[in-house]
Design a protein around this ligand. Structure first.
Ligand code: PEP
Length: 252
């Protein structure tokens, strides 16, 4: 039986009252399964309150990004040490919105990845191709380049406490999900690429799929041999929707 991780990326949504209600709903309905790990990634201002609300539960806390710098004159940035200090265990790095809207290059993403692992937190590295890239048959080369940037920075050993999320850009927030077979093909490519460097790390690393995962398509995706859970955007904003995905994970 594999571990499955279901991570909610709330993006820039919610306020104190709605977040508290959402968390209460998730906490009340979490599947009673040691195998299924649940994680929420609220916006920065709500991390501390969320940490407080999830204390003593099995719901883990993550951030949506972090600075690659340790401390100092970086106005507006948040360091990994600060995230660790308030109870974050995970940090998403290289989400496609960070890459496309905020100009994060693969090398900047790799530096962030290294900062997260150096602090003892778990990075969730997002990789994925655009629709044009898929249609041009470039999916694997794009994913390969995104992974290589991180591998060059930290080496394969740097993946030993990491999660990778395959998120095809054309499936994020669009309602168009990759089929389980399409996702599995890329996940297998990722695992084999890592296995060529270290079979043990490849076997253990969790590979999440993200892109319009919902309660009704989650089981099909998570049943694939190389899909170890999901990174969930829209459906993580309602407790019932998120729990439907968590329950699908528990049913595998
Ligand atoms: C995401 O934000 O990473 C994501 C996959 O969003 P959605 O589930 O809404 O497609």
């Amino acid at each position: 039986m594999r571990d499955i991780l279901v991570a909610g990326n709330w993006k820039m949504n919610g306020d104190s009252a709605s977040n508290s209600a959402l968390l209460a709903g998730i906490l009340a309905g979490m599947p009673d399964s040691e195998r299924v790990r649940l994680l929420v990634c609220p916006p920065f201002p709500y991390l501390a309150a969320t940490a407080h609300q999830v204390t003593g539960s099995r719901l883990a806390l993550g951030a949506q990004t972090a600075s690659e710098h340790a401390a100092g004159a970086y106005t507006g940035e948040v360091s990994v040490a600060m995230l660790a200090d308030i109870g974050c265990e995970y940090v998403i790095v290289g989400h496609s919105e960070r890459r496309s809207l905020f100009g994060e290059s693969s090398s900047a993403v790799a530096t962030k990845f290294e900062a997260v692992t150096a602090a003892g937190l778990t990075p969730i590295l997002c990789v994925g191709e655009s629709l044009d890239e898929r249609e041009a048959g470039a999916t694997e080369s794009i994913i390969g380049e995104q992974l290589d940037a991180v591998l060059q920075q930290v080496g394969v050993a740097g993946l030993s406490n990491a999660v990778i999320a395959y998120e095809p850009v054309w499936a994020i927030g669009t309602g168009k999900t990759a089929t389980p077979e399409q996702a599995q093909q890329v996940h297998r490519y990722i695992r084999e690429k890592i296995a060529a460097l270290d079979a043990d790390i490849a076997a253990k690393i969790l590979l999440l799929y993200g892109g319009s995962v919902k309660g009704d398509n989650a089981a099909g995706l998570f049943s694939m041999p190389d899909i170890d859970g999901g990174l969930i955007g829209g459906a993580s904003l309602q407790a019932d929707d998120f729990l439907a995905i968590a329950n699908a994970a528990a049913s595998i």
